[in-house]
Write a protein that binds this ligand. Structure first.
Ligand code: BTN
Length: 335
């Protein structure tokens, strides 16, 4: 695949190499001279990058004279690490990593417009304006969650794009189950819930012609190691750590998520919508028989979930007997 020129703000490959070098030699003091030699920069550049890493919260001990070492191995998701683990996977080929960006979906949309290939992955350690559904923001604490967006170029009509949100939800569900041993509830269309609190969500955005998708970006946010949340969301949000009482490797979770998504996506491309719809119905207990309130902005009603349409849209049977297809809006359970 031809290499694209680096995007402004992405992590310099040599900075990623510095993190890898320090991680592979954790607790051993490595001299600035050796680091400079191994990653091919000057000693003063090494010092500047060490300062930058410290500002980003990586606990590097030591000084210029003595050399440097990591107090503990950081759970930083460097592209190299992911690439090595995802050999042969379409999502292991072109990975953009940011220590900090506004939104990985925003970056992926821009990449989509400039022709980036299917399978491009955008990752961030922190988002300053993470996007959630319905214009909400997604709280994206540094190094605590997974903030990842996948660029896809499927031959689909715009109406079929919600199936990709469902697929990503299914892959995240499976990855969390194998990695953390927790079984979240999958709520249509995109919520991952544990003990009644949201631990993940998917935001799909696209650029499309009336009958054909040009590209889709599927943004996945999973709360992994957050210990607490801002007051305004603390009653509704949780993390894998809070629910399981232990921390989890974001690298391992991401590798599982991308491997799972690749196989689910390929199967969906071969078998079409019924695969996604059937899988969703078999995993989500929410899609049938739950009392819900639907708020679509201009309309609000109560009914009972009644399965999915062939395009993956939620069907709700209103109390007056009419069957409604939910195209957009918030669906909340009423008890
Ligand atoms: C939701 O509201 O449930 C969707 C949340 C989606 C958040 C993810 S984090 C990675 C990607 N980049 C964004 O700006 N948003 C998505």
């Amino acid at each position: 695949m031809p290499q694209r020129s680096p995007l402004p703000g992405t992590t310099d490959k040599r900075l990623a190499a510095l993190v890898t070098l320090l991680s592979e030699n954790a607790t051993i003091v490595i001299s600035g001279a050796r680091i400079a030699r191994e990653i091919g920069v000057s000693r003063s550049m090494v010092w500047q990058w060490i300062e930058q890493l410290r500002k980003l919260g990586v606990r590097v001990k030591g000084q210029r004279r003595t050399g440097y070492f990591l107090e503990h191995v950081p759970d930083i998701i460097t592209p190299n690490l992911i690439r090595k683990r995802l050999k042969g996977n379409v999502f292991g080929k072109q990975i953009y990593h940011f220590f900090r960006t506004d939104s990985t979906n925003r970056v992926a949309m821009d990449l989509g417009y400039t022709g980036a290939a299917e399978g491009t992955v955008v990752l961030a350690e922190e988002q300053t304006a993470g996007r959630g559904r319905s214009g909400r923001t997604w709280h994206s604490e540094r190094g605590a969650g997974l903030y990842v967006t996948l660029l896809l170029r499927p031959k689909l009509s715009p109406a079929q794009a919600p199936l990709l949100t469902m697929l990503a939800g299914l892959s995240a569900h499976a990855a969390i189950k194998t990695q953390a041993g927790l079984i979240p509830e999958l709520k249509w269309p995109n919520d991952l819930i544990l003990n009644g609190k949201k631990i993940g969500g998917i935001l799909t955005e696209m650029h499309a012609e009336p009958s054909q998708v040009r590209f889709v970006v599927v943004g996945i946010g999973i709360n992994v190691n957050q210990e607490k949340f801002p007051a305004e969301i603390s009653s509704a949000a949780s993390s894998l750590r809070k629910e399981s009482g232990r921390s989890h490797s974001r690298v391992e979770l991401l590798v599982r998520l991308l491997s799972q998504f690749e196989s689910d996506y390929n199967r969906f491309l071969r078998e079409g919508a019924p695969f996604a719809v059937q899988r969703f119905l078999s995993v989500s207990s929410f899609a049938e028989g739950r009392r819900v309130r639907v708020d679509s902005g201009h309309d609000s009603y109560v009914g009972t979930t009644a399965g999915l349409s062939p395009e993956g849209l939620l069907l709700v049977a209103k109390d007056d007997g009419t069957l409604v297809t939910v195209i957009a809006g918030d669906v909340t359970e009423v008890r």
